[in-house]
Ligand binder design. Structure first.
Ligand SMILES: [Zn+2]
Ligand SMILES: [Zn+2]
Length: 236
């Protein structure tokens, strides 16, 4: 079986991972295929593919892009050229297909991301010609909307894919897709044939816990009153 992380950001958009870090961490996670999906940008993906080939890394890099459409985020995989942002989701999906790529409705029902105006396409996923839906998004905030998306897709029956949505090297592999065979060509067929399976690198409960620990606990430790929980923990 192949193992692919289909949603990775780098320093070429808002991620902190260099291309080198992405490749090293991906190998360490046992991924044979990755898609670099920077926001409205494919330069990092192109660089990653060149570097993987030059270094002889046993890893296939798919040129992807997470496109900001007027209806929410859409990922294009197997792209040839950058697609400009702020088209409608429908026009974006058409352009992905014109390039021979696959269109993925990523985090379609994310409540959290929607608050920051970077949600997904919602129920448009039913009406447009998407090739896949992201039923596992590895972000700390997405544990519960993943469950909703999986339930939604049990009727829709699109190919369900997983990706980490990693913005740091550590997060790579927190969501992934398994498929028969190995490498990007087999993955392409597996998405078309709906023989892919989305997997989570963490449980929904663990995701929430991590989130609370990282943000709330961290804030308390930094800004809480002297003698707060962190201080008590340190002395007990
Ligand atoms: Zn997004
Ligand atoms: Zn993303």
């Amino acid at each position: 079986m192949g193992k692919a992380d289909l949603h990775i950001h780098t320093v070429y958009s808002d991620g902190s991972s260099s291309i080198e870090e992405v490749l090293h961490k991906s190998l360490a996670e046992g991924l044979d295929t990755i898609a670099i999906t920077d926001h409205n940008e494919i330069e990092g993906a192109v660089k990653a593919r060149e570097l993987a080939e030059r270094w002889g890394f046993n890893i296939n890099v798919i040129i992807g892009e997470e496109i900001t459409t007027s209806d929410g985020h859409v990922v294009g995989l197997f792209l040839k050229n950058r697609i400009r942002p702020l088209l409608t989701a429908e026009a974006t999906v058409d352009e992905i297909h014109r390039q021979g790529g696959l269109a993925v409705a990523v985090h379609p029902f994310s409540v959290w991301l929607k608050l920051f105006k970077c949600g997904g396409v919602g129920t448009l996923v039913e009406r447009l010609q998407f090739d896949a839906i992201e039923t596992v998004n590895g972000s700390l905030t997405e544990g519960f909307s993943n469950v909703f998306t999986q339930k939604f897709n049990s009727k829709l029956r699109l190919a369900g894919v997983g990706g980490s949505d990693a913005h740091t090297p550590e997060a790579i592999g927190q969501g992934y897709t398994v498929f028969p065979g190995r490498g990007s060509v087999m993955l392409y067929s597996a998405i078309r044939n709906k023989t892919v399976q989305a997997q989570s690198g963490r449980s929904a409960g663990k995701a929430l816990w991590d989130f609370l620990m990282k943000y709330l606990w961290g804030k308390m430790a930094l800004y809480g009153p002297k003698g707060g929980a962190i201080d008590q923990m340190a002395t007990s």
